[in-house]
Design a protein around this ligand. Structure first.
Ligand SMILES: Cc1ncc(COP(=O)(O)O)c(C=O)c1O
Length: 414
């Protein structure tokens, strides 16, 4: 083997979707196929999106600036202020300056990947840095950690800990060499939501160990009852105005990620934004100016209109809520069903997720994702095993009729 044969991505498994296709290859679906494996929203997106793109189409002839337009940044900032009740903290010369602390991103996936490249030093505490993430997790986090030369460390998020990884319990030697923590709330796949207190604790931990927190909040506007708390909100709640080593920046050590893919059912628009610590955002902006993908200007105009409008997001949320209610009716307390506090996935304990996914396809034509494909063998710091093995993830992204049909078939087949 030559040096060029050895990839730093050696530890990266195949994407969950080709794995699922391989699992059911050659198996005839037992009924007309219903696809519940992919988290791709199918609801209609707002009609004004098409109009905005058409109205701004001439600017396809321009390279978009990496910092986006003022209109976009202020629309995103306005939404953050309304959604998290922090409007008085946002604005020029306030805690979060939209012109310096918000960046548009070409879908949050690329930004979640690239932030690790900026936030990971070559060494930390004299050793290879670690990047922590929940287990199960959005697969991009692991690719990002490996690309940054860090060791991805998977921290179990199980029913026993309310699907909230216990970062506090980790040994000092690991925390000392941790460069970054990825954290997702509402969580994909479990739909669990971090409390304000959990987020406050996580921020305090990150500051004690000089860790960057990459907080993935892309499901923030899809929730069942209470709007989930956000990391900026938690940071403001603990801010006492004293110097925290970052010039008193209340958002020290934090970057958050938001997306229109779920909120506005626009996964194909590739549009989101990130916001956070002033110095980190400056470094990210400099890096992105050379290496980052920009958001095309007509799409940015449409995105600004989406962030300015909460009505369509509320209607979208109602559609998901109705499907969760249907699931509750159809599944009852089978498969450990619970109403997810946020997001649009069911995380069902079926004993053996891979076997169940195979069976559901063969008997009922319903395609779901085995939980094990979203998680990894636990790190030596946790309870061991693959915490997703017993589960399937069911994406409630189709129409209500289709969803009810799929859930009824599932209840019958399993
Ligand atoms: C947890 C999580 N984070 C990030 C993303 C990326 O979303 P996008 O790149 O469409 O903004 C997804 C998409 O499925 C996701 O589930």
């Amino acid at each position: 083997m030559t040096a060029s044969d050895i990839s730093r991505f050696e530890g990266l498994p195949d994407s969950p979707f080709p794995r699922l296709n391989a699992l059911i290859e050659g198996v005839e679906p037992g009924n007309s196929p219903l696809i519940m494996s992919l988290g791709e929203p199918q609801h209609a997106f707002p009609a004004f999106v098409t109009e905005e793109i058409a109205r701004n189409a001439a600017s396809f002839g321009k390279y978009p600036p990496i910092i986006g337009t003022e209109v976009f940044r202020h629309a995103a900032a306005g939404w953050l202020g309304r959604r998290f009740g922090i409007a008085e903290h946002i604005g020029k010369d306030r805690d979060l300056d939209p012109d310096h602390q918000i960046l548009p991103v070409n879908g949050t996936r690329e930004a979640l990947f690239l932030i690790a490249q900026v936030a990971t030093p070559p060494e930390k505490a004299g050793r290879r840095p670690a990047i922590l993430m929940p287990n199960p997790f959005y697969q991009c986090y692991a690719a990002a950690a490996l690309a940054a030369g860090a060791e991805p460390v998977y921290i179990a998020a199980t029913r026993d800990n309310g699907f909230m990884p216990d970062f506090e319990a980790l040994p000092e030697e690991l925390l000392a060499r941790t460069a970054m923590i990825y954290f997702c709330s509402p969580a994909n796949p479990q739909g669990s939501v971090a409390s304000l207190d959990y987020l406050k604790g996580l921020i305090a931990l990150a500051r004690r160990h000089n860790i960057t927190l990459a907080i993935d909040e892309c499901y923030a506007d899809i929730y069942d009852r209470e709007p989930p708390a956000g990391a900026l909100q938690a940071a403001l709640a603990i801010h006492d105005g004293r110097d925290n080593g970052k010039g008193g920046d209340p958002f020290a050590n934090i970057i958050i990620f938001h997306s229109l893919s779920k909120r506005s059912s626009l996964p194909g628009l590739r549009s989101g934004f990130c916001a956070g610590e002033k110095a980190l955002m400056q470094r990210f902006r400099n890096f992105r100016n050379i290496a980052g993908p920009q958001v095309p200007l007509p799409l940015m105009a449409a995105s600004a209109a989406c962030w300015n409008d909460d009505g369509h997001a509320a209607a979208n949320r109602d559609l998901y809520r109705a499907k969760i209610t249907a699931a509750e009716r159809i599944l009852g307390n089978r498969f450990g069903f619970y109403r997810p506090a946020g997001g649009f996935f069911l995380w069902l304990d079926v004993g053996d997720g891979e076997k169940a996914a195979h069976e559901l396809w063969a008997k009922a034509g319903v395609k779901v994702l085995p939980g094990a494909y979203l998680s990894r063998e636990d790190s030596p710091y946790g309870p061991g095993g693959n915490p997703g093995r017993a589960y399937i993830r069911v994406a409630l992204v189709g129409s209500e009729t289709e969803t009810e049909e799929a859930l009824s078939r599932m209840a019958e087949a399993l």
